[in-house]
Design a protein around this ligand. Sequence first.
Ligand code: C2E
Ligand code: CA
Ligand code: CA
Length: 284
Amino acid sequence: LYAAKDRGRNQYAFFKPELTLKVEQRFQVEQYLREAIEKQQLTLVYQPQINVSTGEIVGVEALSRWHHPILGDVSPVEFIATAERIGMIKQLTEWVLITACRQAILWKKQGFHNLRMAVNISPNHFLDEAIVPLVIRTVDETGISPLELELEVTESVVQTDQRNISVFKALKDFGIHLAIDDFGSGYSSFASLKHLEIDSLKIDKYFVDDMIADSSALLLISSMIEMGHKLGYEIIVEGVETSEQLKTLKSLDCINAQGYLFSKPVNASEISTLLECGRLTGCA
Ligand code: C2E
Ligand code: CA
Ligand code: CA
């Protein structure tokens, strides 16, 4: 069944003994993950988001990490998909939200104000209206201002599904910042952007990778930045790795960026050091 499903919809697969082994392995990983989420054994790292003209850290994106004693480090792309499949994504997101918001409050107590905390929300989770009370409860419990919390959702939710629209609206009414993640890479629906109250677009790394060598990628990214600004969105460009890319982005009036050039995702105390450093002239 899994082998057929992996090939897409309406597929078939013949049984082979190796498949039993694969299914057993998969089941084992699912068990490990279930346990890790229940026992809160995942960790969070944070990647700075930078204002490219001042070099100042304007926010961080929280990213989950899972290190298992036997499996080692498992990629978030893999374990997030597994968590979705086994119905554990809500529990995982709940933990990410509360942990990230508590951390944001700790940084505030250390004197770092106006730092936005971005949290990834799985598209399916966004279809569930229970996400709204969960976010409200997290904000109330932790004391973070809704304006300082940004939820990132991928383009696949930007469809005119009535459930999405009401979830977007309820979160927006509560004051939460909403960002479209991986913008430009998925099923972009400009028509639905019009219906949704979104604050930021995160332009996918794909365009940044190609923009130096490929003039059409450059044209696309510059058009997306210009269009985004004209529509009143904040723009963040993801996956900036070289100073040449940064220079080009500055020339396109890009304001915020994120990528290895500035910092890889790091633990909370390393972010504190970067924030400290950012206040010293010449250090950022
Ligand atoms: P994403 O949300 O698009 O996150 C950005 C990914 O790009 C992160 O990978 C980050 O480490 C990586 N990245 C950032 N700058 C650069 C760069 O300059 N170069 C390159 N090559 N990569 C860069 P990561 O942490 O492996 O996460 C992968 C994906 O897993 C995320 O993509 C997100 O979709 C998902 N994910 C991670 N944590 C969570 C979570 O807590 N909840 C949910 N729902 N998804 C998560
Ligand atoms: Ca993201
Ligand atoms: Ca992204």
